[in-house]
Design a binder for this molecule. Structure first.
Ligand code: HEM
Length: 417
């Protein structure tokens, strides 16, 4: 009976090791979440919300929706889908890194319920209500983490200046979007654009840069310039690296200002330059060998897509709405699933797979690339545009389902390494 239970949820990537004896019962899923690993709950939820947000396009094209779904799509993809991965990742990693009390089951459950609620509100067209829930949820969560930060026994990596800046973008962007939706505030359309940029891009881009500098060299077997010895006092060299991170973050923020003011080329060009400069110096992927498995391959493509998307927007600003999907699809979303794969495999005793060839990760990479190309080129074909949005969304969803079936079941598996 117990062995039958242990089989539930097995994949090719979690076979064998979970053999259960009557003497050693494996911990339950909830006890794993309660042990300070909110990613186990929030990554599957984020995956589900991503599928909902993207499948609005086929639902619209094949006739299931009345209203043009751009706002629910954008909000669910950023606040619901990517938001789940961001809070799940930070809630797992930060307390361990700083050696402070972990995030328990009640906080994880509240986060999951809030993310589900806000996505439901966006789906129902209640944009302001959805935004308010996101604001309260993110604000409350950051307050909780800040409270623990005071009791830290170690200093976070210097790139985390960018994580803090990214969280501030998520809060400020959402607040601006709420205020500009209320006519009585009389705010200019530029404030709405700035709100969109802060939420849709800053909230993800800056943490990706900041966490990336610490995490990504491990994918490529490169020396880690953000790994300092444990210390409460700032270690030598920390301030210099944090200063560079802060300067690149400030340039990204400035680029949002230029774009909101109508200086599109300058805005996109500055953003591409800041991202390239930061990655080139802090995550020198160009120096890495090419033989480090499927995760490193997917990551290389994701890291390349982000500056490529911004550079393409600088060359052809009129196609911004299409070209930004190079950043969203093969940039943010591929990077999110790649980092999530590593977190899940690493926390389930399967770190030997980090450098292997993983067919589901390769399938995800190919299908997301096809989705990106279909989405971007759709806007050049007015007659086929809407059907191509649907095909792009279906390709994205297919890639994500393949990944989810192979990798996600391991969230139920404890780290037995
Ligand atoms: C792969 C299938 C996808 C399709 C067919 C699709 C389609 C679209 C369309 C048609 C728009 C409106 C563009 C405009 O108004 O100019 C849009 C906007 C947006 N999409 Fe997607 N999208 C896809 C994937 C994604 C993904 C994976 C993300 C996030 C990770 C994303 C995030 C957004 C955001 C944030 C906006 C609003 C951009 C803004 O207003 O500045 N999309 N999408």
């Amino acid at each position: 009976m117990i062995q039958i239970k242990a089989r539930i949820g097995r994949s090719r990537y979690n076979d064998g090791v979970n053999s259960v004896s009557l003497a050693a019962r494996p911990p339950s899923f909830l006890s794993l979440v309660a042990a300070g690993e909110p990613f186990r709950l929030l990554f599957p939820l984020g995956t589900l919300l991503g599928l909902v947000g993207v499948l609005l396009w086929p639902a619209w094209f094949y006739g299931g929706l009345e209203a043009w779904p751009v706002v629910p799509h954008a909000r669910i993809m950023i606040q619901g889908f990517l938001g789940s991965f961001v809070v799940g990742f930070l809630g797992t990693a930060l307390p361990r890194m700083l050696e402070v009390p972990k995030i328990g089951l009640i906080v994880s459950g509240t986060l999951a319920a809030g993310l589900l609620l806000l996505s439901g509100l966006h789906l129902a067209g209640q944009v302001i209500a959805g935004d308010v829930v996101f604001l309260l949820l993110l604000g409350g969560y950051l307050g909780l983490l800040a409270g623990r930060f005071r009791h830290r026994r170690d200093t976070p990596p210097p790139g985390f200046v960018l994580v803090a800046l990214g969280m501030a973008c998520g809060l400020a962007g959402t607040l601006l979007l709420i205020l500009t939706a209320l006519p009585e505030t009389g705010l200019q359309p530029a404030a709405h654009t700035l709100g969109r940029l802060l939420l849709y891009q800053g909230f993800l881009l800056l943490p990706i840069m900041g966490i990336g500098a610490f995490l990504l060299p491990r994918f490529f077997g490169l020396p880690n310039r953000h790994d300092f010895p444990e210390s409460l006092r700032l270690p030598p060299g920390w301030l210099r690296r944090a200063g560079f991170a802060g300067a690149c973050g400030a340039v990204v923020l400035l680029s949002f200002g230029f774009e909101a003011a109508g200086w599109f080329r300058t805005g996109y060009g500055l953003r591409a330059a800041a991202v390239l400069a930061y990655f080139f110096r802090e995550v020198p992927v160009h120096q890495a060998r090419f033989s480090r498995g499927s995760l490193a391959f997917a990551l290389r493509l994701a890291l390349f897509s982000i500056p490529l998307g911004y550079a393409a927007m600088a060359f052809a600003p009129v196609w911004q709405g299409a070209l930004i999907h190079i950043v969203f699809v093969t940039g943010f979303s591929l990077l999110t699933f790649t980092v999530a794969s590593r977190v899940i495999l690493g926390h389930s005793g399967q770190s030997e797979l980090f450098v292997r060839r993983l067919v589901p990760v390769l399938a995800l990479t190919v299908l997301l690339t096809a989705a990106m190309l279909t989405r971007v080129t759709a806007d050049w074909m007015p007659d086929l545009r809407l059907s191509h949005y649907a095909y792009a969304a279906l390709a994205w969803a297919a890639g994500v389902v393949v990944w989810a079936v192979a990798i996600l079941p391991s969230v139920r598996r404890p780290d037995e390494a």
